[in-house]
Design a protein. Structure first.
Length: 293
């Protein structure tokens, strides 16, 4: 269908085979692909041959790359060796972004530990060099709210962005991650209100509490997030960047916490295509209900 938003999907939510990802994205009427793990490689490990192959597949299918879903700063804030490694990951993902025609490289805020206030100034210090890199390279470092990291809500990411105060460090809004971070409650409109001024990209998935009271991902439209009202608000606010489906739910079985926190490889992508098809159908059904807003 012709969408009122620019749409995309994180590729490994369909398959590790980029040719298959592109074919399905095109068939489903999506505009773009977000690169995470491809051919069982992390984005920073893709070589020049891989990149040329991706370019050809994109051209053949009339698709774009909307963002690089880098694992940047999903690491231990106290580990200097990991910090240096992640600066290298950032550099490689920036080069990948430049080669594939996107300005957005995703980043996180370190694995969560007890006491955000205790680590706050150290986090600011750790971001000093990435901010300089983003500004000098002319890319957007998109900070995603992530419940397994220090900053899991829109309000928390907003606090960081205000402190960093850089036009090259913005927000990737993931309302579902805030569902996990705040105990299963709908993050709209509060989380969105906190982050909307700096929002450059959005991830789409859904979740709710199961019978055990645990939050788990479900098909888009079947969780606690009021996406109909959220999309209506995005239209009202003039949002014109990408919404990228990050299915994170499987028809056949649930994904382990480890795979949800470190998504990659064939085990993660298994049954992804079928699940993504369900989510796109639900997503576009919600959008269709917004005709006339």
């Amino acid at each position: 269908m012709e969408s009122m938003f620019k749409t995309g999907v994180i590729g490994d939510e369909i398959s590790q085979d980029f040719e298959r990802v592109a074919a399905v994205a095109k068939e489903l009427g999506l505009d773009s692909i977000e690169i995470r793990s491809t051919w069982n490689k992390s984005p920073q490990d893709l070589n020049n041959d891989d990149i040329e192959r991706i370019k050809k597949v994109l051209k053949d299918n009339g698709l774009k790359i909307c963002a690089i879903a880098a694992p940047f700063f999903k690491c231990d804030i106290d580990n200097n060796e990991e910090y240096v490694q992640h600066l290298e990951i950032l550099g490689k993902c920036i080069r990948l972004a430049n080669q594939l025609g996107t300005r957005i490289v995703r980043g996180f805020t370190f694995w969560k530990k007890e006491g955000l206030d205790k680590y706050w100034e150290k986090m600011i210090d750790r971001f000093a060099q990435p901010v300089q890199i983003a500004e000098s390279e002319g890319i957007i470092l998109g900070i995603e709210n992530e419940h397994s990291c220090f900053l899991g809500t829109g309000d928390e990411v907003n606090r960081l962005l205000k402190r960093l105060n850089s036009k090259n460090v913005k927000a990737i809004w993931d309302p579902c991650n805030e569902v996990f971070a705040n105990g299963g409650y709908n993050p709209f409109p509060q989380g969105y209100e906190a982050i909307k001024e700096d929002m450059v990209h959005m991830h789409l998935k859904d979740a709710k509490k199961n019978k055990k009271g645990e939050v788990e991902c479900v098909a888009v439209g079947e969780g606690v997030i009021d996406y109909k009202e959220h999309f209506r608000r995005l239209l009202k606010d003039g949002y014109n960047d990408y919404i990228s489906l990050e299915t994170h739910w499987r028809v056949s079985k649930g994904l382990s916490t480890e795979l949800l926190n470190r998504p990659a490889g064939p085990a993660f992508s298994e049954a992804g295509e079928e699940s993504t098809r369900v989510c796109v159908k639900n997503w576009f059904g919600i959008l269709k209900g917004l005709d006339g807003h």
